[in-house]
Design a binder for this molecule. Structure first.
Ligand SMILES: Cc1ncc(COP(=O)(O)O)c(C=O)c1O
Length: 391
């Protein structure tokens, strides 16, 4: 089997597959929603886990220093940020880290800024922790590129604003933020005493010539005001190992964060995850380079398809394996649009509206699949459009 061939995940209880009937009303749709890949996890990760299972005891274990070092070396090699292992805390999930960060750095009733449209748990975590959600919607320039609206942000800051969530690269719009944008945002938050929670889980899926810049690397002051969330889940398709890290260079913020994490007893996680994490960062380089080529070819396939079907608006994502399809020209409502994708095209995508109201009439397509699956999905969409008079 070639590294990026089709893998059947229906039998292994893959969420993207087993929830199809519940979400889309049938089991036939090609599932292109949850942000994991229908691509085999790297052999170096699986081999390391198998090897660990040769030992007869799976007890409580702690993360080895070597594992954290492997992640630091990866981050420095790929993103030029000399992240240090003593800044890191283990976390079972980036979303769980967001919950802890909210509690560590704000009080009930405080305001948290979220840049919509965005990964839905950002909203849920603010609301379920009884903080006030303040939206700073992204804007689109004339050519459809999404930008941070600094003026709107400035106008929305109050003495109760304590946190801003940055999604970098951005899910779902696919932006890899530029140095200028990040510095402007970082400085504005710094001047107003707002801690930035920078979710960089998609940072290793970036297409040249774009480069991911860790927010915390941009100046010592911004670094001291940033909580960076990182993990191998997206990069190496190993979300099921439930392991990620939180990098905080400021001692004060780190202590506050860790005190909160202690209260919910994250502990050190599971030994097989430790092993998988270390193998991925230490040995995953060649696999990762091939992955980026594979995903880039898929992204370009979508772009070519959209050129032939201009009714669907598309800007190539600079990062992530998520295509943000602008379906406004189809002149359907959100419900109708979703039904069209499911019933006419046989595709299970994420509805744009689920990322916030700015996502209305968009659909998010996860293209981390084998080439032939993407070809089939696009062909099904072509046929559906043709039948609806958009051929
Ligand atoms: C921006 C972003 N953050 C976090 C997550 C989930 O991270 P975890 O599974 O570690 O909670 C996702 C998954 O799609 C994501 O897109």
């Amino acid at each position: 089997m070639h590294e990026f061939d089709f893998v059947d995940r229906a039998q292994s209880n893959g969420e993207k597959y087993v929830l199809r009937s519940k979400l889309f009303g049938n089991d036939e749709v090609i599932p292109m929603w949850v942000a994991d890949m229908d691509i085999a996890t790297p052999a170096c990760v699986m081999d390391a886990v198998r090897h660990r299972l040769d030992h007869p005891v799976v007890g409580y274990e702690i993360m080895r220093e070597r594992a954290y070092d492997a992640q630091c070396e990866w981050v420095e090699r790929h993103h030029g940020w000399p992240m240090r292992s003593e800044w890191l805390s283990y976390s079972p999930s980036v979303v769980a880290s967001i919950g802890c960060a909210i509690r560590a750095f704000s009080e009930e009733g405080d305001e948290v800024i979220v840049q919509s449209p965005v990964y839905p748990p950002f909203y849920d975590m603010v609301r379920s922790n009884n903080r006030r959600l303040v939206l700073n919607p992204l804007t689109q320039n004339g050519s459809g590129e999404y930008r941070v609206d600094l003026e709107d942000l400035r106008a929305k800051i109050t003495p109760k604003t304590k946190l801003l969530f940055l999604c970098s690269p951005h899910n779902p719009v696919g932006r890899v933020w530029s140095r200028e944008e990040l510095i402007a945002l970082g400085n504005l938050c710094l001047q107003n005493g707002i801690v930035i929670i920078s979710d960089e889980i998609h940072s290793d899926i970036v297409f040249p010539p774009n480069i991911h810049l860790p927010l915390a690397s941009l100046s010592p002051e911004i670094g001291e005001n940033t909580v960076t969330l990182l993990g191998p889940g997206k990069t190496f398709n190993m979300a099921g190992f439930s392991i990620s890290t939180v990098a905080i260079s400021s001692q004060g913020l780190r202590e506050r964060y860790r005190a909160q994490q202690h209260k919910v007893h994250f502990g050190e996680g599971a030994v097989l995850s430790h092993v998988a994490f270390e193998a991925a960062y230490a040995q995953g380089e060649v696999w990762h380079a091939a992955l980026i080529n594979h995903l880039r070819a898929n992204r370009d396939m979508i772009e070519q398809w959209c050129r032939l079907h201009p009714i669907i608006g598309f800007r190539k994502p600079q990062g992530s394996y998520l295509a943000w399809l602008d379906c406004r020209a189809l002149k359907m409502g959100d419900r109708e649009l979703r039904d069209f994708f499911v019933m006419e095209a046989g595709l299970g995508l994420s509805a744009g509206l689920s990322f916030g109201k700015e996502g209305s009439l968009f659909m998010r397509l996860n293209f981390a699949v084998a080439h032939e699956i993407l070809e089939r999905a696009l062909e099904q969409l072509s046929q559906a459009l043709k039948r609806n008079g958009h051929g």
